[in-house]
Design a protein around this ligand. Structure first.
Ligand SMILES: Nc1ncnc2c1ncn2[C@@H]1O[C@H](COP(=O)(O)OP(=O)(O)OP(=O)(O)O)[C@@H](O)[C@H]1O
Ligand SMILES: [Mg+2]
Length: 261
């Protein structure tokens, strides 16, 4: 069974898309991994994955509008990233304003999204699907939450973000979904050990689980979303942290599945 992991945050710009691309690529070294850009009104994954115009034949937005099927949309990125053991399969969203407006008008149905997840998972025999989302509480986010097996909540060490994250945990609880608190862009003035301690305490307070704390890294921001950072910098501290987070997530999901059975 494909496990669906949604990456979300209450506030924008916390690093969801960056973490989605890097986590998915890391997991894809040994597993078959799908990545969906569910930030339908502000997609960005296609930029990090370095797609050119001709690479995209149809989009997730087209599927949701009833104009395409998964086979038309999924792009196999495995050869591009040298993933011979696992595999990375990407579903881009449309970046055309007219498509975004059409979808905003028609709305996205839960059954259509669920059906898309299931078909993509089965067609490409995926172990995981990572879903990158739009920030805040809105229709598509609630859909992603309802359809996922786990929700990674990304927050900066910032009061606005953290209060909002507590709201998201409460919302996820109504769907009975496990949440994984991830702190990102920990400022240089805060020791990472202290951030991890705060993360663990907050996770306990929020009845969530703590996944990882990522420092604010100048080399990550200087990458300007031009590529998947861990591919270009496999030995960087950020890549090691991503690997640790991917392993914890897999372990936790495995344990959750065992408990559920
Ligand atoms: N740990 C980090 N250190 C430094 N820069 C980071 C880090 N994580 C992400 N960034 C940078 O922060 C910016 C915002 O990241 P990203 O686009 O992934 O956020 P987002 O949550 O997806 O935003 P949105 O809510 O708009 O979708 C990007 O320039 C990215 O390179
Ligand atoms: Mg984003």
């Amino acid at each position: 069974m494909t496990k669906v992991i949604a990456i979300h945050s209450f506030k924008g710009g916390t690093g969801k898309t960056t973490l989605s691309a890097n986590l998915a690529t890391t997991l894809a070294a040994n597993h078959r991994v799908g990545v969906m850009d569910l930030d339908l009104s502000g997609p960005g994954l296609h930029v990090i994955f370095g797609l050119k115009k001709g690479d995209v034949k149809a989009t997730l937005t087209d599927i949701f509008l009833g104009d395409a099927s998964p086979e038309d949309v999924v792009i196999d990125l495995s050869p591009r990233f040298g993933l011979s053991k696992g595999g990375l399969f990407f579903c881009p969203a449309s970046n055309k304003v007219e498509d975004m407006l059409r979808l905003l008008k028609s709305g996205l149905e839960v059954t259509v999204f669920q059906d898309t997840l299931q078909k993509v998972g089965e067609l490409y025999k995926l172990d995981y699907i990572i879903v990158d989302t739009h920030p805040g509480v809105e229709n598509d986010t609630v859909l992603a939450m309802g359809c996922c097996d786990a929700l990674v909540l990304v927050s900066r060490v910032d009061q606005q973000d953290l209060f909002g994250t507590a709201v998201m945990v409460l919302l996820a609880e109504t769907f009975e979904k496990p949440t994984f608190l991830t702190l990102n862009m920990v400022p240089p003035g805060v020791k990472i050990k202290d951030a991890e301690k705060v993360g663990r305490e907050l996770a306990q307070l929020f009845r969530s689980r703590f996944l990882a704390a990522f420092e604010f890294q100048m080399d990550v921001i200087n990458n300007l979303s031009r590529s998947v950072f861990v591919i270009d910098n496999p030995n960087s501290p950020f890549a090691h942290k991503i690997t640790g987070a991917a392993e914890s997530l897999m372990r936790e999901l495995g344990e959750a599945a065992k408990v559920a059975n």
